[in-house]
Design a protein around this ligand. Structure first.
Ligand SMILES: Cc1ncc(COP(=O)(O)O)c(C=O)c1O
Length: 388
């Protein structure tokens, strides 16, 4: 079985562990372990139990007006500015087609699917180093871009915020400053839901108190989404996924926000019914479930701190500061060997970083799970450290 480019491939892990995929404890996919929400499961069950289950017995509306309206209400924007897709991955394909034959500035390491989409569209990737924080803090993106190019005007920029695989977050003002310097910008906010206060006008639980001198936990960010800024920046498209936060990777649903001119083009390129009827039902239920959202946002900082502290206590392990639902950790020895040992001895799957070649074989990316599951992972890591 070939090595997987993405997290969440239990079948691959199970083949190495010698067990069934269901027996694998998966930390590799960066999904919310509290989901899918019960409300979504009930809505799907009800949709299928109806005498005429229209979610599957009819073609979806190719304009997806009801779904776009629901998403637009949630974000307090115009439905014409919303475009839905078969996961964020489909929307990346169309964003890349907008960049056909042109130069795209892309901070690396980057989510591997960007290369798939951009290369498929014949775009020219211009990589630059994502500025990781060090003791002095983090370099501004604008400064890094200035250093690697005399004049980026007229080109295209792709960003991912929060950033996969580091979990780092760039502030909204920092990105806003960059937007006028490019002809087109795509910002992938697939993990933005995991920040408190992401939806305008919705009050969230406060983050627990943090130690202000600890660089790993000093920032307690509120939303940094660019969605409310897009009317002022028609050159920019924001792509969001409902996969991660609502644990719905099998349903495939994402959306993009931006000037409707983008969608007039994208609509001509795409399959007319790329979002299925059940995914639409799930979105409506998920967006209405404020209690699931609040529960997740209350759980998240506690779980992240638990995992970070546990990893930091392992000799030679160095977890990076994360603002989202996974932690990138530098290991003291080959990360792929640790991954293999975790699978073979403990049936635990973590994400190696082979699809982020800039990181070498030193890093693992670990998605947050429940505290008992994280304890299981930490004690497995201790066993591997002790016994080699
Ligand atoms: C940064 C980033 N963007 C987009 C996606 C794709 O999300 P979706 O499942 O909605 O296609 C992923 C999936 O891992 C991701 O990590």
């Amino acid at each position: 079985m070939s090595w997987p480019q993405h997290g969440g491939n239990r079948a691959w892990g199970a083949a190495i562990a010698g067990c069934s995929p269901a027996e694998i404890l998966d930390f590799s996919a960066s999904l919310n372990p509290l989901g899918p929400p019960e409300s979504v499961l009930q809505a799907l069950g009800k949709a299928l139990a109806e005498p005429d289950p229209v979610a599957i017995s009819r073609y979806p509306d190719p304009e997806y007006l009801q779904l776009r309206t629901r998403l637009a209400e949630h974000w307090a924007i115009d439905p014409d500015w919303v475009f839905v897709g078969n996961g964020a991955a489909e929307l990346l394909t169309w964003a890349a087609r907008d960049a056909q034959g042109r130069e795209v500035w892309l901070p690396k390491p980057a989510f591997g699917d960007y290369e798939r989409a951009l290369r498929g569209a014949g775009a020219v990737i211009k990589p630059f180093g994502y500025p990781f924080p060090d003791e002095q803090g983090s370099l501004a993106l604008a400064k890094v871009l200035q250093q690697c190019s005399s004049g980026p005007t007229g080109r295209i920029l792709w960003l991912n915020n929060p950033h996969n695989p580091s979990g780092g977050l760039r502030s909204r003002p920092e990105i806003l400053e960059l937007l006028p310097q490019f002809q087109q910008v795509m910002v992938d906010e697939a993990f933005m839901d995991f920040l408190s206060g992401d939806v305008p006008g919705v009050t969230c639980n406060p983050e627990p108190p943090r130690d202000p001198v600890d660089p790993h936990t000093a920032a307690a960010p509120r939303s940094q989404t660019l969605i409310p800024d897009l009317a002022a920046h028609p050159n920019t498209v924001v792509i969001r996924s409902l996969t991660k936060f609502y644990t719905l990777p099998g349903l495939r649903i994402g959306f993009a926000v931006g000037h409707p001119d983008h969608w007039r083009r994208w609509q001509l390129w795409r399959d007319p019914w790329s979002v299925n009827g059940l995914a639409s039902v799930a979105v409506e239920a998920a967006l209405a479930d404020e209690s699931f959202r609040q529960r997740t946002l209350a759980w998240l900082p506690v779980a992240r701190e638990h995992l970070r502290k546990g990893l930091q206590a392992l000799p030679g392990w160095d977890p990076w500061p994360s603002q989202t639902n996974f932690v990138l950790v530098r290991c003291p020895s080959s990360a792929t060997q640790i991954q293999r040992a975790l699978l073979q001895r403990h049936r635990i799957l973590v994400r190696d970083c082979r699809s982020f070649p800039e990181l070498g074989d030193w890093y693992l990316r670990i998605g947050l799970r429940t505290l008992p599951e994280q304890e299981q992972l930490l004690s497995a890591c201790r066993e591997i450290l002790e016994n080699g």
